[in-house]
Design a protein around this ligand. Structure first.
Ligand SMILES: [Zn+2]
Ligand SMILES: [Zn+2]
Length: 497
């Protein structure tokens, strides 16, 4: 408000999904037509109107928006706020420009002489490291919003329970008991399940055949509700075969435990209450998403099952129990950030439990409960987690000590893409030497008929970005001199997520 009085503008960035919720309504009620909302959900006319108003003598004083609002024509920018700065959805992956909205926001503020405020209960390693080195200032809020109490966090050892044949369903007996007691007190429950690398599939229980996309090298996801197989990379759909195409038996069965299956099991376990599911598939439309949120707030729904999109900035007053089902899948993903993401997800999930008066309970089901990450989660020890992670990052040459650049080569012809990738790697190794890793086959090595090879650069802080760019561009030019490789797509992802 102080800034507004000085006639300065404020940009308030939020992850896309959070824009459709309570916060925007609250802010609009306060600021009325001095506030503009800008995100991918608005149409071209609205977009043009906002642009024109921003260029007019009376521009919006506050813009609340998704990452694309960074490019609006601000005239007197005074403050940039990046809320939930740890969110990976701030990074635009495809198509180019591949940028991280948080980093662009910091630069935009610097250029405009504005201040930046990054907000998060679980800051990214990079941002928190910057506060430790003095690059950023740090303001800590010691109390939880609304002064609500910290929940009790319990870790359930599903490996042991399975060994003792106590896991009759995907939920442990203790989780079920906690849900029962919450429901008896007319309180609510949220169950999280990670989506990444954990999609429901079908498989042959005789020969282990699984259906794959014919255009991409990935297993298809099984959608029970409309009996379809879907490729989550190119959106192709396929019918479910009646027989196994490989061994010709009626032996195809669903496997994996996605949110859909979790919802089904929960409905069977608690037939008296209303269960709703919220994930990418049920909430493609904005209205549907808002409807579920509203129903849950009004307690028309007792149990909400969903992926981590649930944890984004939503406040519910009657959530007594939060369950994280198969937390391991968060941590086992082959990515140096998987522990950071796992910690963030579990901590944010815990934040949804017991908002007012009574403390809630968070139950985390894991088959690897000895993993040290759980003790940090249990004691809400961000600092402990941060320093342990920092050691590993330093040891294995990862951010925040090193900057990564991912070089991606793509082509329909596998031999061509392989040659291009290895030639390119050789060229840049001449000057960058051991900083060049690969070429490698990524986890998914063919998408939409294009084969993919990747080269990873680990560059210690302090190297000149200008020099690195020259090296990469020169290598690309040399590569293009070979007629055969001219058509290979080559792109760079700086600071990949
Ligand atoms: Zn596909
Ligand atoms: Zn088979």
């Amino acid at each position: 408000t102080l800034l507004l009085a000085e006639g300065k503008q404020t940009l308030y960035l939020l992850p896309e999904i959070a824009l459709t919720t309570q916060l925007t309504q609250r802010l609009q009620a306060v600021f009325g037509n001095r506030l503009g909302i800008y995100h991918s959900g608005i149409n071209d006319n609205e977009r043009a109107e906002i642009w024109l108003k921003m260029l007019s003598p009376q521009p919006y004083e506050i813009i609340i928006g998704a990452r694309s609002s960074l490019f609006l024509p601000f005239q007197r920018l005074g403050l940039v706020i990046v809320d939930e700065e740890h969110e990976s959805s701030y990074k635009q992956q495809d198509p180019a420009p591949r940028y991280h909205a948080r980093d662009v926001a910091v630069m935009l503020a610097f250029i405009s002489g504005a201040k930046t405020l990054l907000g998060s209960a679980t800051p990214s390693m990079e941002s928190y490291y910057n506060t430790q080195t003095g690059k950023y200032g740090l303001v800590t809020l010691g109390v939880r919003f609304n002064g609500s109490l910290m929940p009790e966090i319990a870790i359930e050892n599903t490996r042991e329970l399975r060994r003792r044949k106590k896991m009759k369903t995907v939920l442990s007996p203790k989780t079920i008991e906690l849900i029962h007691s919450a429901l008896e007190e007319c309180e609510q429950v949220i169950l999280f399940r990670n989506r990444r690398g954990f999609s429901p599939m079908i498989t042959c229980n005789q020969c282990e055949w699984t259906p794959k996309c014919s255009r991409c090298d990935v297993s298809l996801t099984y959608h029970k509700s409309n009996k379809q197989l879907v490729c989550h990379y190119c959106n192709s759909t396929y019918p479910v075969p009646n027989q196994c195409p490989s061994c010709h038996q009626d032996s195809l069965v669903p496997m994996g435990q996605g949110t859909e299956q979790l919802e089904e099991e929960v409905t069977q376990l608690f037939p008296a209450c209303r269960v709703a599911r919220m994930d990418m598939d049920t909430t493609r439309g904005k209205e549907r998403y808002e409807q579920i949120i509203e129903d849950f707030q009004q307690q028309k729904i007792q149990i909400l099952v969903g992926t981590q999109m649930l944890s984004k900035g939503l406040d519910f007053d009657h959530v007594k129990v939060v369950g994280v089902v198969s937390a391991d899948s968060l941590l086992n993903y082959p990515d140096f950030r998987s522990h950071e993401r796992g910690f963030q997800m579990m901590t944010q999930a815990a934040g949804r439990a017991g908002r007012k008066k009574t403390p809630g309970t968070v139950v985390i089901q894991s088959s690897d409960p000895e993993n040290p990450i759980y003790s940090y989660v249990k004691t809400n020890d961000y600092m402990g987690f941060f320093h342990a992670q920092l050691k590993e990052r330093s040891l294995f040459h990862y951010p925040p000590f090193y900057r990564l650049i991912r070089v991606v080569c793509k082509h329909r012809d596998r031999t061509k893409v392989e040659k291009a990738a290895s030639d390119y790697a050789e060229l840049i190794k001449r000057s960058l030497q051991g900083r060049v890793l690969g070429p490698n086959k990524p986890v998914v090595d063919r998408v939409q008929l294009q084969y993919i090879r990747e080269i990873l650069l680990k560059l210690e802080n302090g190297l000149s970005p200008q020099k690195i760019r020259d090296i990469l561009k020169n290598a690309e030019e040399k590569l293009r001199q070979e007629t055969d490789l001219r058509q290979v797509t080559l792109y760079y992802d700086v600071d990949p997520l």
